[in-house]
Design a protein around this ligand. Sequence first.
Ligand SMILES: Nc1ncnc2c1ncn2[C@@H]1O[C@H](COP(=O)(O)OP(=O)(O)OP(=O)(O)O)[C@@H](O)[C@H]1O
Ligand SMILES: [Mg+2]
Length: 340
Amino acid sequence: MSSILTKVKDSRSYKNESDYILDVKDLKKHFPIKAGFLQKTVGSVKAVDGLTFNVKKGETIGIVGESGCGKSTAGRTLIRLYEPTGGDIIFKGRNISKMSEGELRRTIRKDIQMVFQDPYASLNPRKTLKSILSEPMITHNLYGLKERSEKIQDLLDKVGFNPLFINRYPHEFSGGQRQRIGIARALALNPDLIIADEPVSALDVSIQAQIINLMEDLQAELGLTYVFISHDLSVVRHISDRVGVMYLGKIMEFAGKKDLYEDPLHPYTQALMSAVPVPKRKGVQARERIILKGDLPSPANPPRGCVFHTRCPAATDICSQVVPEYKEIKHDHFVACHLY
Ligand SMILES: Nc1ncnc2c1ncn2[C@@H]1O[C@H](COP(=O)(O)OP(=O)(O)OP(=O)(O)O)[C@@H](O)[C@H]1O
Ligand SMILES: [Mg+2]
């Protein structure tokens, strides 16, 4: 799945703050737990509980972590499909975390789009490809009839579709083709940032590679920025520039891909990485598999101190008492762990 894009990406440099398209500070999303006849709030699910990271223009940030760690909630909160419980989302210099829906629509709704895991569930089965792709443009009152139709042809071309498919319905396409439609629909409004939540997880491995390559080509062509959410460490390694590792609603470690995969610092990242088979090479030691004890605690009742301490092989007394600070250990390498 290699591409020429890697070279282009490595030669980029970022000099000032304005190169950041997204700056997320202590983002939280808690879902209330209601109980009883009066539906009183008795607690909350801390699905996202303090995310801090930034995204540079044109790069791909990968977000990885086990099922239930809050990846999808994070993606949906970033795009303001969910109301944040706390924290700030600075997108292109504007704080969008508290904007009203009207203001979002007038300003940035077009600029951030989402691609979902299951394109079939997110495509209306009664609509043709043409009307699926027109819909976002109509909603945002963009283009006249003729331009719209040209734009649709262009979108189909971009995702490698035959223009004759335009009157077909979602069920007439394969899984990979449907994800191409999902991507084309996300591109219809010329966004800057795409949040992709497990976009290839439902596809066969061979199809996964095609979709990843398509996303990389589109990124190079259109200068797109991606936040790529996945539980699959290999896919994230392939596509990302920098990667954040989530556990129970928090980022445990955030670093450049090479740093993170070759020298993971957080015990949780080390455990995750140890589960990925490493190809046998001369001079490269096979990693010992680290099996984590216990189950993932509930985000409704996360452990005190470091949320990972109940399963951490390196935990000491302080870990059960004090929340570790999320700090920059090396240049652009952040870790939340008392070991550092
Ligand atoms: N709308 C909701 N209301 C209440 N709790 C929710 C809601 N959405 C998610 N959760 C809870 O928040 C936590 C995080 O869920 P989320 O779907 O974000 O995780 P995920 O990392 O995307 O998992 P997966 O890998 O399975 O997709 C889970 O405990 C989930 O049950
Ligand atoms: Mg999810």
